[in-house]
Write a protein that binds this ligand. Sequence first.
Ligand SMILES: [Zn+2]
Length: 188
Amino acid sequence: MSEIKRTIPKKFYSDSEGKPFTKCRVCDVDLSDGKVPYSIEKAFKKTEEGEDLTLFELAICVHCAEKQGKKMSKDSRAFIQKTMMTPKFFERRNKMWGEKWQDKWQDKCIFSNTDISAHSEYHVVGHFVGNQVIEHQSPFVIGQEMLEYIQENLSLETKEELDQFGRQFLGPDPRIAALMEDYQFVMV
Ligand SMILES: [Zn+2]
C-alpha cells in the first residue's frame, strides 16, 4: 500500500530518456540509490493541437538545488519564500497527501486552485528519494498565473541567472526551439 502510494508518477519521467531520472543533471550524482533526496521540475506548454510539450525538465539533487538557490538575489529569494512557502501551501500539500494524491495532484494549481486544464503553461514539481515520493510531500502543479506572477517579481539578475541555468535542460522536442526565443525561465 505505501509502496504504491509513493510511486513516482510517469509525468516526472525524463522525456529525453523515456525513463525515470537516475542522475542529478547538474552534478551527475546517482539518484537511484536513495542516498540523496532530489527534486524534479518540468515545464509544459500546450500546443494548438492540445498536446502538452515539455519545455524543460530538470532533476536536481538537494545539494545542487541549495547552491542554485544561493545564486538567486536576496530579494528574489525572499519573494519566493513569501509567495510560495506559505502555510496555505503546506496545508494543501499535506491534505493532498492524506487523500488520494495520485488521482488529483495534477488537477489544480496548488496556489490559485484553478483548473490546470485551462492553463496553457504549467510546471510540475516533486520531491523524491530513490524511486519514491518523499512522504507527506505530494507532487504539485504551478499554473500559469502564478508562474507569471513569480516571473514579474524576480530581480533582473535572478532572471538572467535562471535563463542561463535553464537553457541547459530543454526538453527533446525540436518544436521548442521556436518557443524559446522570448521565453522567460522560472524555476522553484
Ligand atoms: Zn547535484
